[in-house]
Design a protein around this ligand. Structure first.
Ligand code: SF4
Ligand code: SF4
Length: 262
């Protein structure tokens, strides 16, 4: 869970929060559920094998008091800067860290579905106007825009875009005036078909593994609930575009290294 989530979304500092963990006496012992469920859920309330634990979580500040005060001051400065710049068109300068399809998962009453919503690139540090930001900043691109500019990992460029805040992410939208000073070593393949293959092979991962977050085939997907008038953001889930479900056994990085050395 991110600092943003703890401080700004859940606001669980200092009291913390609690939640209920569902258990089934039968499934815990490796016995089958009387109704055929694979795990306890909201339909189990009236079942005699169901019980729940109330778990209280309290976040802890690991920083020294002085370092925490410095962090708070830095955060206030950042929020001032943000309120001055949100919604404005800014000149951006940076190096592309990742570029690939942008996926969104929609939850419907009876099913869920992954959609391709154009492309997403990110910068692990960049200049937004005159401010240098050493954090991830995301750029949303329509399929048409990506086919024109073919943004790829390693590209160094300047462009203009509008700054938005999306569930804790700094997002750049409606980019234009691209000016590349250097192109990355691997050009982006603009065939949308490749992105669609990604869409169908993508597999959800149960935990946000560090190696997958840093992998070019790992993708944080926005999960939204379909409402009558609009969609409601729920959370982000980590997906592997290679379809690997057990990252501990994954050899994608090693195979790619061998292919590059050949
Ligand atoms: S209904 Fe729920 S609590 Fe009851 S046996 Fe099935 S999984 Fe367990
Ligand atoms: S499972 Fe392997 S290929 Fe997939 S995101 Fe993780 S490290 Fe990358």
């Amino acid at each position: 869970m991110s600092v943003y989530h703890v401080l700004k979304v859940k606001r669980c500092l200092p009291e913390g929060c609690f939640y209920f963990k569902w258990h089934c006496r039968l499934l815990d012992k490796g016995t089958r559920c009387v109704k055929g469920y694979g795990h306890p859920g909201k339909n189990c309330n009236s079942c005699r094998y169901y019980f729940e634990d109330k778990l209280h979580k309290i976040p802890e500040i690991r920083l020294e008091p002085r370092a925490y005060r410095e962090f708070q001051l830095e955060l206030e400065e950042f929020e001032d800067w943000l309120s001055d710049n949100l919604g404005r068109r800014l000149a951006i300068q940076g190096r592309v860290n990742f570029s690939g399809p942008r996926l969104v998962k929609k939850i419907y009453p009876r099913h869920e579905k992954l959609y391709l919503r154009g492309y997403l690139a990110n910068f692990s540090g960049c200049f937004l106007g005159r401010a240098r930001l050493d954090d991830f900043v995301y750029l949303r691109l329509s399929p048409g825009a990506q086919e024109r500019v073919r943004l790829a990992k390693g590209d160094e460029l300047e462009f203009e875009a509008e700054l938005r805040l999306d569930e804790g992410r700094l997002v750049l939208e409606h980019p234009r005036r691209f000016d590349f000073s250097r192109r990355g070593p691997e050009p982006f393949d603009p065939r949308r078909a490749e992105a669609l293959v990604d869409l169908h092979s993508a597999a959800a991962l149960d935990v946000q593994y560090e190696r997958c977050i840093n992998c070019e085939r790992g993708r944080l997907v926005d999960v939204v609930e379909r409402g009558i008038d609009s969609d409601r953001f729920l959370h982000r889930e980590l997906y592997c575009l290679e379809g690997v479900t057990t990252p501990a056994d994954c050899c994608y990085g090693a195979l790619k290294k061998i292919a590059v050395e050949d």
